[in-house]
Design a protein around this ligand. Sequence first.
Ligand SMILES: Nc1ncnc2c1ncn2[C@@H]1O[C@H](COP(=O)(O)OP(=O)(O)OP(=O)(O)O)[C@@H](O)[C@H]1O
Ligand SMILES: [Mg+2]
Length: 365
Amino acid sequence: MITTADTTTARPKISFEGIVKDYRGFRAVDRVSVAVQAGELVALLGPSGCGKTTTLRMAAGFIEPTEGKIMIDGRDVTRLPPYKRDTGMVFQSYALFPHLTVGGNMLFGLKRRGVAREEAERRVRELAAMLKLDHLLDRLPKQLSGGQQQRVAVGRALVINPAVLLLDEPFSNLDAQLRESTRVELRRIQQELGITALFVTHDQSEAMAIADRVAVMDAGRLAQIDTPERLYARPATRFVANFIGRANLIDAKAAGATGRDGLTVMRGPGELKFALASDTPAEGAVVLRPEAIRIDREPTGAEFNTAEATVKSVSFLGSAAHLALEFAGDVTITAEIRGSEAASYPQGAKVWASWDASALSCVIN
Ligand SMILES: Nc1ncnc2c1ncn2[C@@H]1O[C@H](COP(=O)(O)OP(=O)(O)OP(=O)(O)O)[C@@H](O)[C@H]1O
Ligand SMILES: [Mg+2]
């Protein structure tokens, strides 16, 4: 597996350096290195059990790493207890104090840090206004909706002005619509206050929508860390290509240069000949996104990046439609076209599929 090195240079706000967590013969987190810059929001993304919560809890100090180092603001915090770390944590379950009001929950961390009452109350009022909680300060958690409780949990973590905000699936209890509006709101506040944040989620669209960069984890390892756009356009591994959006992965072997454009040819099964950026491996899987495929009734006449296919099935989805295209060599590729064009390509139709070289990338098998 390729591990894409995290190459940003300014001193990070928080960094993990070769972090390992072993549980009795089982490695939950395997040599993860990630550096988060000041003001940046990085999403930790991956399927259930890949080590996201374990990584986040190591940052907060609730779990001690077996190996490796965690730095916050240039200070080694690996062996420090949570309250000495300057992190604010939002738990998946919110974990609000049930006997304290909204105001009491938000004041808690400030009191514990010995902030004077007047100053503490001013900060709570300010943040409560930002989070639209100002009218709810005297309520108890059980008198709040899920979304409101979620905002209190964020407020309680933010009010201490932590160096790093850590969020573990903070929106998982919200319905789809509230999830989206809360996500937009959190992102706005995070940017407005310049907060550095690590955001755990298993939802790739949530990660892509909220984060500056996404760290994709695969079975305890960091598979790739990159901007959402680059993760999508240039996945480093098969796992990332499949996990981020939809992908056709077609096994192919390098077969020389095109003779122009500085592109490399990779031969797939049947008549599939890809021309793509020349820094491709000798052998691997070409990643072709469904929406990058154009469909025509006539051949384009090009030598590469086009082939004849038969429409095996059509799924009409409204604004889009998915065509299952069968190519010579027993390869089936999904293409996404506009829903309004679906009627032109019924099942059984002979078509020509084509795509641009710039839409292709290649991962090693
Ligand atoms: N205390 C523990 N003892 C043994 N194994 C553990 C312990 N805590 C976690 N694990 C294992 O470590 C792995 C990573 O767990 P973790 O909670 O970090 O996953 P996750 O990525 O947060 O998953 P999810 O999306 O389901 O929350 C899992 O296989 C889990 O079973
Ligand atoms: Mg988890």
